[in-house]
Unconditional design. Structure first.
Length: 201
């Protein structure tokens, strides 16, 4: 896994090409395995996994790579005045999801904008420029997983569904039925606890 010194990268205005496999991102990998499963996810916080995804047969029919990958580029620079390291970039990739309306799989195009400002402690959060998210990390040295996984995880839909007009469902669900399905299938019920657990480690 790539290691980056954020301070040095910002000073030298580094540009970094990103090529990361989904199973190098344990929590993203676990979430995707739940989002393509036939059965409802196990309640509670997600447990990270680096296992190679095992697709159901209907997902294998897409002919996807064994492990999806995300590609992109990151640009590093210093914030004028505060000198905070700023990280900007974009990630793209295709991952399989299971529509929770008709329960058939579909391919979802991920397109994630990254705009982070590195701070060492919460007291510096007021220095984060407008339009950027604070990336709180006690050291300047980080891995791509530490830097990007939260943004990727939070970009996944909590209720995957085909684009309008593409769903194979034959009977329109009532609002009550849709709400009940959402409660059963969301794999992000424990996301807040998971992120807090990760920050405390």
């Amino acid at each position: 896994m790539v290691h980056i010194n954020l301070k040095n990268a910002a000073i030298s205005e580094t540009e970094l090409a990103v090529d990361v496999a989904v199973n190098d991102l344990p929590r993203v990998n676990a979430a995707l395995m739940q989002l393509i499963a036939h059965e409802a996810p196990t309640p509670g916080p997600l447990e990270g996994s680096t296992e190679t995804p095992e697709y159901p047969e209907d997902v294998k029919a897409f002919g996807l790579p064994t492990v999806p990958r995300l590609y992109g580029e990151l640009h590093f620079r210093q914030c004028p005045g505060t000198k905070l390291p700023l990280i900007e970039g974009n990630l793209t990739g295709q991952v399989p999801l299971r529509c929770q309306a008709c329960l058939t799989p579909y391919l979802w195009q991920m397109n994630i904008d990254v705009k982070l400002a590195h701070i060492y402690k919460e007291e510096r959060e007021s220095d984060v420029p407008e339009g950027y998210e604070a990336f709180l990390h006690e050291r300047p040295d980080v891995t791509l997983v530490e830097l990007l996984e939260d943004d990727i995880l939070l970009s996944l839909p909590t209720f995957p569904k085909h684009p309008e007009g593409k769903c194979q469902t034959l009977v329109e669900e009532t609002p009550e039925e849709k709400e009940e399905v959402k409660k059963k299938i969301s794999p992000f019920a424990g996301l807040k606890d998971l992120l807090n657990k990760s920050d405390s480690e």
